[in-house]
Ligand binder design. Structure first.
Ligand code: HPA
Length: 271
């Protein structure tokens, strides 16, 4: 794996005009952040050695390098989900490459279903912990000691300074920010009412199909992680409102401006 990472890193370094400070993974909540990148340089996934390829034809994913709030960022437009058929090493390969490029801070976004009764559709939730219920672990198999330890400390999976900054920024600027625990399931089905009930009983506030593998691998490499989720639907044993992908996208779209403001503030300030 080390050789594969090195090849990808070398190729990307040969193209980028500078060193990125932040990696940003764009989920359904943050797609429009692409438009905020100044002096963009893009690299198609298909040109990067060993990089996984997107499954949807015509939607070739790309890395976008550039500046936001005067800081250099490298953005992933197009993410790899386990439910698409990638294995966990593929899902998390970009995190390996980001660390190889010298990036220490990762910002992830996603859409999730809310099971905390205090949540509403459109809420911005800063993730402060997770429960891994994915069926395959990204660190299963021989450990590469050069990348991180065999047994990974997960006592601070999400960076507390970054969480506090965004929560306080929200308070001071009239943006409601909630915090919560994300539970990762493989999907691709949305949850049944009973499964949403289970997610709540297990102690989570929201549920989704991404993020957890990337966060585990980022922690393996001692990176600082921040994740913000848009609540796009609500679930629970008493709730039988159908969820559709379209609804998820439309709720995420509405929440986008506040999510973008929060993320830009996080990038622009030394946190
Ligand atoms: N479950 C899983 N993933 C999701 C959901 C959900 O309810 N909403 C948005 N992504």
């Amino acid at each position: 794996m080390l050789e594969k990472i090195k090849e990808a890193v070398g190729f990307i370094e040969s193209i980028l005009p500078g060193k990125p400070e932040f990696a940003i993974v764009l989920g359904s909540g943050l797609g429009k952040l692409q438009e905020e990148v100044n002096n963009p340089v893009t690299i198609d996934y298909q040109d990067i050695p060993n990089f996984p390829q997107t499954t949807v034809k015509g939607h070739s994913g790309k890395l976008i390098y550039g500046e936001i709030e005067g800081k250099t960022v490298l953005m992933m437009a197009g993410r790899f989900h386990y439910y698409e058929g990638y294995d966990m090493k593929e899902v998390t390969f970009p995190m390996r490459v980001f660390k190889g490029l010298g990036i220490e801070k990762v910002i992830l976004s996603n859409a999730s279903g809310g099971v905390n009764p205090d949540y509403s559709v459109g809420d911005a939730v800063v993730i402060n912990d997770h429960i891994n219920m994915m069926p395959e672990h990204p660190l299963r198999g021989k450990n590469e000691d050069a990348l991180g330890p065999r047994f990974v400390n997960m006592s601070h999976p999400y960076d507390e300074k970054m969480i506090d900054f965004v929560v306080n920024y929200g308070k001071q600027n009239g943006i409601e920010v909630k915090t919560g625990i994300y539970l990762g399931l493989q999907g691709p089905t949305f949850e049944t009412p009973a499964e949403y009930g289970m997610v709540r009983i297990l102690g989570a506030d929201c549920v989704g199909m991404s993020t957890v593998p990337e966060v585990i691998v980022a922690n393996h490499q001692s990176m600082r992680v921040f994740c913000i989720s848009v609540i796009t639907d609500l679930g629970g044993p008493e709730i039988r409102v159908p969820v559709s992908h379209e609804e998820v996208l439309s709720a995420a779209d509405k929440a986008m401006p506040k999510i973008i403001e929060l993320v830009k503030a996080l990038i622009g300030n030394e946190v």
